[in-house]
Each structure stands twice: as C-alpha cells, then as structure tokens.
Design a protein around this ligand. Sequence first.
Ligand code: GLU
Length: 487
Amino acid sequence: MIRTRIAPSPSGFLHIGTAKTALYNWLFARKNNGTFILRLEDTDAERTDEQFVQGMCEGFKWLGIDWDEGPPFGDVSEKGNYGPYRQSQRKELYQKIAYQLLEKGKAYKCFCSKESLESYKDEAGNLYYPGFCRNLTPEQIREKGDAPYVLRFRVPEGETVIEDLIQGTVRFNNSQYDDFVILRANGDPVFHLAVVVDDIYMKITHIIRGDDHLTNTPRHVMLFNALNAPLPKHAHHPLVLDEQGRKYSKRLHGANVLDWRDDGYVPEAIVNYVALLGWTSEEENREFFTLPELIQYFSIERIGKSPARFDRRKLEWLNGLHIRHLSPEDLRNRLIPILEKNGFDTSTKSKEWLTKLAHICQEKLPTLNRIVFLSDFFFNEVEAYEPEAEAKLWKSPQQIIVYFEKIQDKLSQIELWEHDSLKKAYEECCAELNVKFGALVNPSRLALTGKSVGPGFFELTELLGKEVTLNRLNRAIEYLKAKEAKS
Ligand code: GLU
C-alpha cells in the first residue's frame, strides 16, 4: 500500500513549490490507490503561526489536494490512525527514539557549547563538528554531572548511496557529514530526526520532495538504517524558478498559491500548470489536463531533472482553456462573487440571466477577473465612451445619428427580444442603408457598452433588454447631437 506525504513547515504561506511537491505526492497516491498524508512540521514554535497553518490548508483545499490523513482543519477533525499529525505534538516519541539510539551507541551525548564550536567549519564554510565528545568514556560522562548536553548521531564511516527515482543513483561520502545533533539540550528534536521518525511511524513508502533536500537525504538514510527501518523510496524533483530563472522568491507575487485565486485563476489551471513544472506527459506536446487526467497519466518516471521556469503567459493560456472547459452554470457560480466584490448587484438578475452572461463571456476570459471589464455595462450606466473608439467609430456623427435612428426604429418593433430577431433587424437596416454589418454593429456596440470590444454583440444586446438598449441608443444620439452642435 503506497503512502505519501506533504510535510510543510507552517512558517509562511503555501508556496508554489510546496504546492508542486504536494501535487506530485497526491497524484502518485491517487493513481496507485494509496494514501496521501498531510503532516505539519511545526517543531520550530517561534516560526510557526496558526495563520499560516490555516492559509496552507486553505491553499491545498482550493487546489483540490485533499488529504486522507492529517491534522484537524476548520470543521474537519483529525483523520488517520498514525497521528497526531503535527510534530509539535509528537515530541515524546522523538525523545524516546533519540534515547534508544543513545542506548545502542548510535548516538552520543555532546557537552560542547555552541560558542566553543563556532570556529570549526568544513571546506565550504559550514559548521562541522569535529567529534570531541564522540569517544567520551562513561567515567568522563559521569564527571559532567548535570551539565547540559545535546544528542548527536554517530555518523558511520563509508558511503551512502541513494537510488533516487528521479535523480538516479547518487553517492555521498559520509565523511562530508559531521555527527549531527538529533536532540537539542532543551529536548527539542532536530528536523532530521523528526522527519525520519515520522516517516517510519507513518509508514511512508515514497518521499517525493524538492531537490533542495537531496543533501539531507544521506542523514535520513543513515537514521533509517540505524533504526533498522525499511527505507522508503526517494524522488527529488527540481525546484521552480521564476521568469528570470532564479529560485522563486517568497517575495514575488504569485509565490503564494492563493495570489492566483485573487487574480482570477481557476484551481484546475493552477494544478495543471504546476504539474507541468517538471512533469511531461507521454503524449508529446500535450499540455491540457484535467485533474482526473493528471491522475491517470502521472508517473514519477516522467519528472525531469532540470528545473522548470515559471511562464505566466502559458499559465494564462491554460487558465483560459480551463475556464472554457467549465459548464456555464459552474462558471456563473465562480463569477458571482467577483461581480459582487466589484460592487455589481447580481441579486437583481435571475439565475438564467447570470448563466447567459457567463456563457457569452466564457470565450473571452483569460482570467475570471476579466468579467469586470466584460460586463460592467450590464450593471452600471455607460458613463463614458472609449475616446479612441469614439474617434474611429463615430467619425461622422451626423451619419451615425441617421444609422442609430434607423436601428432604433427597427428595434422598437421587435416583440421577441432575442438574438435571432436582433440580428434580423440589423440585417434589414444594413440593406436599407446599404452599408456593411460592421458599419452598424461596431458603432452600436460603443453606444451600448462604451467600449469597442466585449462579448458577442447580439448576445449582449439580448441580455441588456429592449428598454436599456433603446435608452442607450437614445443617449448616444443626444450625445452626438450635442457634439455636432458644438462643432
Ligand atoms: N518540512 C520540510 C520542508 O518544508 C519537508 C521535509 C520533507 O519533505 O522531508 O521543506
């Protein structure tokens, strides 16, 4: 039975890179009828903030990455038989295991103070403990009395070989690792111990995580071995880079997954896009995937080794595709809160009307937020006409007035106000005025919406209704007459 996990440290929002790690673990579990676990690595009390816990869980939820086991969140209580799923609540277990290692001689007490070790560094300049307390005799230890100590893992000699499902075989010489601390003087576990103990006790079979953890892995493997625990399979995937090719900084807009929600992206597109930041499908050049399709096609073998660069344009393109893939009813439900947030009162409109609005805008939405631009004139009076469009489309006001009066006359006779009859009325006007369709439709659009682009003209006119349409044509005629009078 496959068991995977996402183990974020809740010291910040849900980063796009963490979302990617979560997604790969989730897809792998779902594909193989396995179990996906959420575990919070919140041992660092100072950096943990409940707000971040909420934000992360909300982010996963928004993306549709649901967990089978995990800590309580909102009104969902803790799930799973291997809890608690917060490291801060598992301290005693880590201490127990650390002392077991001590008893077996695989760890030892170190009495050196932090300050006394500051000058011992490896070639790369990182602190490197030279092993002063490695071979203290029981006598020497007794002499230390109540002196504070940490527990250090006794790194064995030799080599640690990792058979990574993405990176292949990676060899590490153990001498590059010092005897690292597993338990601090205050009894707090160090990340390496906690992560391994949890992975053992939660029976994790596959660890899929960012390749920034690859150099930590030998320490973990040594601990698994020291505890005689079966080794999970490792898969280290490359990090996400920003558009400039740098590590995707926390400070960048979009590093927080929920920024995309605010920007009007649908979670289906984010999940699709994030999956492609490292994984490719067997079907060459295929990029559009729904969540069920991702589950169907996902495989660790097709995750590449080189980091992927974020490409906002591609994400926007995928977002448009996913928006088009929604049913108009679904789209309507996602648009209503955005319309409301922007001060448009949707309560005066029927459900059918709002569904039609969603339908006629669907093709033109790179993001959900674009609906504000595409539909403001349905909710508010047209206060101004786009100057550039006016200069182009209403170049000869006198002529436009003639057109609009003709159109008004035709439209006022329509009884069934719907797309086809509107179109027919315009066709008749064209014939009678001997002009092309565009000569009437484009200036009319400006009169009805104040803009030169937007949803299909007859579609939007149908939705505006007869009264509003005739009023707006009237207003445009008045406006043009006033303009003429001035010139
Ligand atoms: N807490 C670690 C992190 O957020 C995850 C460690 C792991 O996946 O093993 O990077």
